[in-house]
Design a protein around this ligand. Structure first.
Ligand SMILES: [Zn+2]
Ligand SMILES: [Zn+2]
Length: 382
């Protein structure tokens, strides 16, 4: 790879996703993002990866003779530090949200899943605020990839997770018009008009929850040594939220919970829609977040109220991500059939732990300790 930068260099804007930045750079050169990146890495199907979420897939893929990493290469071409480029991905947030996923894992907690199938994306993983997009230089924000982001507080309006004209997923790098704000499918302007948003308006409680989680991520952005920071237990909130999301996924539990918590019944969506939060559309996620927010209110009073209503036991939470906050309360629920298995043993065999043991001893010890503490928290309290 020769040492050169792009003739027109557009570094990431505040909070911009790397894919959005690269798409803008491609368009600035009058090229499609596929063509643009193919000029540099002609054998690597970069756009067939969710590199915003898992840049590791590209680091692994990189085969240049100088063994430079892909992100380093981008940094050089944009004339910005490496930290700026990795900072435009969701890497740091993923750790805070409780997923240190292996490269091939399909989903990452609380981050919307794109469902990439070759060049196609089968899910709605990128949301946007039409006003933000229409205001100044259009670009896509990192926080629009988060499942709990449903609201733009700046403009006081719900986000959209699809083209308002044809309901296609938002895939800016496939836009045929070389304009970031045009739908890749129908070519019409994403910022203008269109149908009403299903699932809106966003309840206050869901917005509050979003703000709390975003605050946590903003802190993480300021403190890059995420692992050490996670040990202090301040990442409890995302784990608690994700645990309660999982426990309320089955339709019967969900509708009973809403009733018990005094929430209005929501339009029926079948269980297929609700199997995984990270796959769900806006209209499903919004009332789901409202439900979880209500379940967390007056902690742990509402928790027990809801748990009682759905007849929850240890088993209900057996497959949920467990924060210590949640584990302490779950321990007080009836065990039903059998006691929870010892959960810490498999932790030590997780691929990510094994990988870290080889590559980064400090992070390995920190993560391992953190995981075991979480798991043991369940048992000491029980
Ligand atoms: Zn906005
Ligand atoms: Zn469209």
């Amino acid at each position: 790879m020769t040492n050169k930068s792009w003739t027109r260099r557009l570094p990431p804007l505040p909070g911009e996703l790397l894919s959005s930045c690269l798409t803008r750079n491609a368009f600035a050169h009058g090229l499609s993002p596929y063509r643009f990146l193919n000029l540099i890495w002609d054998h690597d199907p970069v756009w067939n990866r969710d590199f915003d979420r898992d840049p590791e897939t590209l680091l692994r893929m990189n085969r240049t003779p100088e063994a430079r990493t892909w992100l380093d290469d981008i940094a050089e071409r944009l004339s910005v530090p490496y930290e700026t480029v990795i900072g435009a991905t969701l890497t740091g947030w993923r750790e805070v949200l409780g997923t240190n996923i292996a490269v091939s894992a399909a989903d990452s907690r609380l981050i919307l899943s794109a469902g990439i199938y070759h060049r196609t994306r089968t899910r709605h993983a990128l949301q946007y605020c039409p006003n933000c997009l229409a205001d100044g230089i259009p670009y896509f924000r990192r926080e629009w990839r988060l499942g709990f982001s449903t609201w733009c507080s700046g403009h006081g309006r719900p986000l959209r997770d699809a083209c308002p004209h044809c309901d296609a997923a938002v895939i800016p790098h496939r836009s045929m018009s070389i304009r970031l704000i045009d739908c890749h499918q129908c070519g019409r302007d994403l910022t203008k008009g269109g149908r009403e948003i299903r699932g809106g308006p966003v309840p206050q409680s869901a917005r509050r929850l979003q703000n709390q989680l975003l605050d946590l991520l903003a802190q993480a952005d300021r403190r890059p040594t995420a692992f050490a920071w996670l040990e202090t237990g301040r990442a409890e909130l995302p784990l608690t939220v994700r645990g309660l999301i999982a426990a309320s996924a089955p339709w019967s539990a969900y509708s009973t919970l809403r009733e018990a918590l005094g929430l209005a019944p929501t339009t029926t969506y079948d269980d297929a829609d609700r199997r995984r939060f990270e796959h769900a559309r806006f209209a499903v996620r919004t009332p789901w977040l409202e439900t979880v927010a209500a379940w967390m209110e007056n902690w742990p009073r509402n928790f027990f109220l809801g748990a009682e209503a759905i007849g929850a036991s240890h088993r209900t939470f057996a497959r949920c991500p467990m924060s210590q906050t949640l584990a302490r309360q779950v321990a007080q629920l009836p065990a039903r059939r059998k006691a929870a298995r010892k959960q810490w043993k498999p932790i030590l065999n997780e691929p990510v732990i094994n990988r870290l043991r080889r590559t980064d001893r400090t992070a390995y010890s920190a993560l391992r300790a953190c995981r075991i503490l979480h798991a043991i928290g369940v048992h000491t309290d029980a």
